[in-house]
Write a protein of this length. Structure first.
Length: 86
């Protein structure tokens, strides 16, 4: 099953709002694009910090926006990917 399908199933099981579903997927997608579409199972904590730094330094996003991006990535690793990955 594709990552996006697994994501949709997981987020809907958690009863998150549609707006949250869209927002989280957007940040997960940005995270993957930042790392040249590497599969998240091939990445770990070491790849999260550069992404969040990029958001702060290059994109000039607020702390609240960084927190949302981080929560999206945490959701990805805790709820979608196998436990051994993160």
């Amino acid at each position: 099953m594709r990552l996006q399908q697994r994501y949709c199933e997981a987020v809907r099981q958690m009863n998150y709002s549609y707006a949250t579903e869209k927002t989280y997927w957007q940040w997960i997608r940005q995270f993957l694009l930042f790392h040249k579409m590497r599969h998240p199972e091939q990445m770990a904590e070491a790849e999260i910090t550069p992404f969040l730094s990029h958001l702060a330094v290059k994109k000039n996003v607020s702390v609240a926006t960084q927190r949302i991006a981080l929560n999206s990535i945490i959701f990805l690793y805790r709820k979608i990917l196998p436990p051994a990955v993160f």
